[in-house]
Design a protein around this ligand. Structure first.
Ligand code: 3EB
Length: 356
């Protein structure tokens, strides 16, 4: 029993329902929170990412997801970021108001730069300075939310503006923009500032690829002048555990969207992609792990573009997932206009004693 007690000491869990976690669900054990829909004012002492998107399912009181830990937690005290950390991991939230940035047209670069591009660059520049100052140098996972993600302004889709600003900040901070890049998602919400939540660690993660998909940082220019900076998943160690953080995953094969207009087949293709990423992660961690990750180990978050598709999406997922598996359905926009659904998730498992 010593083994499992030890593991429990280190567990950080994404919780779907407050009632499921009697002892841990207190402020003292909360590393970070993500809330959905019309939420209450932020609690100053705790980092919370307020996602301006309604939860479609489950409905009711459930409005947030929490990352929990039994480790001693400390509040971060730096300007422009709300964060909490323990000895291995930092959770933080950075919000940047686009209204603080004006469109600029550089006479040398006729493309200029837009308020969202500048806001994205500023958010990531701030993030990297937080990581440099705290020693949590390695960005593991980023959750990006912005209003009107598919709208064109200044002649460019806003998601592409975001990609440009993000990539620029990575480059300026001398971070990789190819290869070992963090897991991420970039999602459209109803209103509000550009919101960036992140997990960063003292130790590096390994990026996991998907052999069915072109790496996002290699997408051809038809998807935007600067490609998105993310990996399909991050494989990380926390104490005696291994974590697999799955990026937002969609119905993309190679670099092309498939099953346009058919949400059921999009879900199936997305699950095939997730299975491929899990298989790749299992191969990468190999003998270090006790057991393998499987689809049933994950807590999932599903972004649904059209609320009317909820039923179909749930029906398809029910055929693949365990009956009590935790899945949150969020009404939000996907970064490609031709995609109707995107799925992300997280899972953890014990490492072998010998290799930890
Ligand atoms: C895709 O596979 C779908 O820009 O950070 C998924 C995950 C997507 C992360 C990002 C975008 C991002 O290209 C979109």
């Amino acid at each position: 029993m010593a083994e499992s007690a030890d593991v429990a000491d280190l567990v950080v869990s994404v919780l779907a329902a407050p009632t499921e976690s009697p002892q841990l669900l207190t402020a003292a054990h909360t590393l970070g929170r993500m809330s959905f829909g019309r939420s209450t004012a932020p609690v100053a002492a705790m980092p919370v990412q307020q996602v301006a998107a309604p939860l479609l399912h489950p409905t009711g009181d459930l409005v947030e997801e929490r990352w929990l830990s039994r480790k001693p937690l400390h509040d971060l005290d730096l300007p422009g970021v709300r964060g909490r950390f323990h000895d291995e991991l930092l959770f933080g939230v950075i919000e940047v108001d686009e209204a603080d940035f004006h469109a600029a047209v550089d006479p040398v670069d006729s493309a200029g730069s837009t308020p969202l591009e500048r806001a994205s660059r500023a958010a990531y520049t701030r993030l990297f300075s937080v990581l440099d100052r705290t020693g949590f140098s390695h960005l593991w996972r980023a959750w990006n939310y912005m209003a009107d993600i598919n709208r064109d302004t200044h002649g460019v889709e806003r998601y592409r503006q975001f990609n440009a600003g993000r990539q620029q900040a990575f480059t300026e901070a001398a971070r990789n923009v190819t290869g070992n890049v963090p897991a991420a998602c970039a999602i459209g919400v109803r209103s509000g500032p550009l919101s960036l939540a992140f997990l960063a660690g003292m130790q590096p993660t390994s990026a996991v690829d998907n052999p069915r998909q072109v790496s996002a940082w290699r997408y051809p220019v038809r998807y935007g002048r600067q490609p998105p900076t993310f990996a399909r998943a991050s494989l990380a160690r926390v104490g005696a555990q291994e974590w697999l953080l799955l990026s937002g995953t969609a119905s993309i094969v190679g670099h092309e969207t498939v099953h346009v207009g058919d949400v059921r087949r999009q879900v199936e293709e997305t699950l095939a992609n997730i299975e491929a990423v899990i298989a790749e992660a299992n191969q990468q961690s190999g003998r270090h792990a006790a057991g393998r990750f499987g689809l049933h180990d994950f807590q999932f978050r599903v972004y649904v573009r059209h609320a009317a598709d909820l039923h179909a999406i749930r029906e398809v997922l029910a055929a693949y997932l365990a009956p009590l598996q935790s899945v949150l359905y969020v009404h939000a926009d996907i970064c490609r206009q031709d995609l109707d659904v995107e799925i992300e998730g997280a899972a953890w498992r014990p490492l072998n004693r010998a290799s930890s």
